[in-house]
Design a protein around this ligand. Sequence first.
Ligand code: NDP
Length: 339
Amino acid sequence: MIWREGLAMSEFDALWIEADESGRKPLPAKWNKVTVDQLSDGDVTVKVTHTTINYKDGLALAGAPGITRKFPMVPGIDVVGEVLTSESDRFKPGDQVILNGYGVGEVHTGAYAQVARLKSEWLLHRPEELSAARAAAIGTAGYTAMLCVMALEKYGLTPDHGPIAVSGASGGVGSVAISLLSKLGFETIAFTGRTEEADFLKGLGATQVLDRAELVEKGKPFGKERWAGAVDVAGSHTLANLLAQTNYGGAVAACGLAQGMDLPASVMPFILRGVALLGVDSVMAPMALREQAYRRLVQDLDLTKLDTLSETIKLADVKERAAKLLKGQVRGRTIVEVE
Ligand code: NDP
């Protein structure tokens, strides 16, 4: 138990990543007892009650280069919790808060600990409509799915324009994107490597479930028109193939690199069909956009569907689950309870 009054002296559990002798490469994350003084600076301390596992968290825990960029580091890019102490006028002890991204878990100590010390300008008040567990279920992946949908809407796409293709459909961003799009009245084509999850994806609202195999290989630079838009989490050939088969005047929101960071595409969809490629970043998205995204999530995400696509684990099991996520063996979203 962490007591607000004795916080400065309390020791708590944290996943801890140190650098090797070169000072640049991460050693495997290990559990450590730490004090608040060992966390990065910030004007608000938060008792972490919940967090989650995103693709990026999986990469950080696997020691992938380029994610953990400061040492020692507490990984975990999403914090959901209660304010313990605050030097900010915007927050007071007891407030329920959410944090997604801003380099937390990468260059600023993050969520895989019982306490986080954060900057108040990064924090959102958790909407009353969302329990802490559901806010963690949404996490960066869910909020990014909302940003992708908002990008397509801002471009002018409506359900009348035709279906939206979603890659990585069984993963975090993909499953939330399908739930959102279906609630908004869009037909969706779910591309997945796990066609055995077809019933699950149809339960979330997917109109059609197709094998991602047809997208992951090099395809024609310009194909038959099949969808009005797409949400892509994969990059590489998948993104190139999605662009090549987007209807005249359509748009693809690209947020991920699960297949690869390359984009082996041609300009044909852009110059012959006026297709738009919309980049989506959640990490440094301005606060006003985040607030809008959370208002929309409260309004447009079916919370019972969110529950069906989420599984709950304990913080102690985070490393094991993250390794599975990188192997594509985790469906939907993970809620991590932090005691
Ligand atoms: P998940 O691991 O939950 O989902 C990724 C899914 O992508 C997998 O479940 C799988 O879905 C699919 N996939 C995996 N490998 C491949 C492959 N080689 N080719 C094609 N598809 C593949 O991750 P998240 O949903 O958390 O993140 C998805 C991506 O979005 C990641 O690259 C992540 O870094 C990025 N991201 C970017 C953000 C931003 O701010 N731009 C924010 C959040 C995420 P299936 O089995 O259904 O095929």
